[in-house]
Design a protein around this ligand. Structure first.
Ligand SMILES: Nc1nc2c(c(=O)[nH]1)N[C@H]1C(S)=C(S)[C@@H](COP(=O)(O)O)O[C@H]1N2
Ligand SMILES: [Mo]
Length: 357
């Protein structure tokens, strides 16, 4: 990763943002994000997979190595769960100077209903050895990043991998995974940032040492410089987003609306603790008022919120901010780090309320 030497988006970033799209903010209206509107992040190429010959290997430090077909996995007890996924790089393009990578604004999020089978019973069947420290999840996709050629791989501590809610998923919103979301099988780790949810799973292996693959050991750290190890990125920090009210101007996305009562709605989530509060501001974050919270869509999914705003003619900067039960609250300004990760600063939406005719 490098830092942009100009504030202008480069063609390399544009190329990435065409491949990896965010959720259109108006799609935050749906409890469950329709397939195709869910955000997407693929580091390398989407692999071509033949489901008939595809197999999952479960091995490493286990008593009994397992080889499973998709049919074998689908014969196991299924579980369906709504889970909010968010990319750790969400908000990166709003950090100055901007780290060079996928230039997300704030829409790298979505909530889908994932169906699969829990991972823990499978690991128990394989018999993870006592000396195993981590479980490594390997994808079929391969590429070069940071001068290192590697397959996309991530690990979890054994205790984390054994949590009940962790799934090997073959379906999204009741449909087989589409190629871009990890067909035929992906990992779902509710509460953790997106990079943990390995797509196109090929193998799962128990290992005795902390895994040092590039996407684990080098990428996804909060650090001040490239030379520093930093703190690994794990669970999602609280964030809220609003559906921008009114109608947009095509290029700037500035919103235009008529004066009067306006129900502003949005979503809030955290992977660390349940959301306890969402606030709304119409003056760029100078003053705040409590929004009304809706029911969470699930234990690991976002909850809706709304605020009855009385829109008087004028120009506004609308903001929202979430707090979770751990007491963590969204900051007003981004906190800079080298990778441009975990920027959960509040959203700002420019609005013009026209004078009544
Ligand atoms: N095999 C593989 N898994 C992957 C990735 C990848 O590039 N390859 N990207 C990760 C990242 S960074 C994110 S944010 C999520 C995105 O999941 P989605 O594209 O289904 O929304 O997948 C994760 N799993
Ligand atoms: Mo990501």
């Amino acid at each position: 990763m490098a830092i942009a030497d100009t504030s202008e988006i480069t063609l390399a970033e544009l190329q990435l943002s065409g491949r990896n799209h965010s959720i259109p903010l108006e799609a935050l209206r749906h409890d469950i994000t329709p397939i195709g509107l869910h955000y997407l992040l693929t580091h390398f190429d989407i692999p071509e997979v033949d489901a008939d010959t595809w197999q999952l290997e479960v091995g490493g430090l286990v008593e009994k190595q397992l080889t499973l077909s998709l049919a074998d996995l689908q014969a196991r007890p299924p579980l369906t769960m709504p889970v909010t996924l968010e990319c750790a790089g969400n908000g990166r393009a709003l950090i100055e100077p901007r780290p060079m990578s996928q230039p997300w604004l704030q829409g790298a999020v979505g909530t889908a209903e994932w169906t699969g089978t829990p991972l823990a019973p499978l690991l128990e069947e394989a018999g993870v050895a006592a000396e195993a420290k981590e479980i490594v999840f390997s994808g079929l996709d391969r590429g070069i990043q940071g001068d290192s050629e590697h397959a996309y791989e991530r690990s979890l501590p054994v205790a984390e991998a054994m949590r009940d809610e962790i799934l090997l998923a073959w379906a999204i919103n009741g449909q087989p995974l589409p190629p871009q979301h990890g067909f035929p099988l992906r990992l779902i780790v509710p509460g953790w940032y997106g990079m943990t949810h390995v797509k196109w799973l090929r193998s799962i292996a128990a290992v005795a040492e902390a895994f040092t693959g590039w996407q684990q050991d080098v990428a996804y750290h909060v650090r001040e410089s490239e030379d520093e190890q930093g703190e690994p990125v794990t669970r999602i920090k609280p964030r809220s987003l609003m559906v921008p009210p009114g109608i947009p101007e095509f290029l700037s996305r500035t919103r235009f609306l008529e004066p009067g009562p306006c129900e502003v709605e949005g979503r809030a989530w955290s992977g660390r603790a349940p959301i306890s509060r969402v606030e709304f501001s119409d003056d760029g974050g100078e003053t705040w008022a409590d929004a009304k919270l809706g029911e969470p869509v699930g234990e690991f999914a976002w909850r809706g919120w709304s605020y009855g705003w009385n829109a008087a003619p004028g120009e506004y900067e609308l903001c929202c901010r979430a707090t979770d039960e751990a007491g963590s609250v969204q900051p007003l300004a981004p906190e800079w780090n080298w990778d441009g990760v975990c920027n959960n600063a509040v959203q700002r939406v420019q609005v013009v309320v026209r004078a009544a005719e």
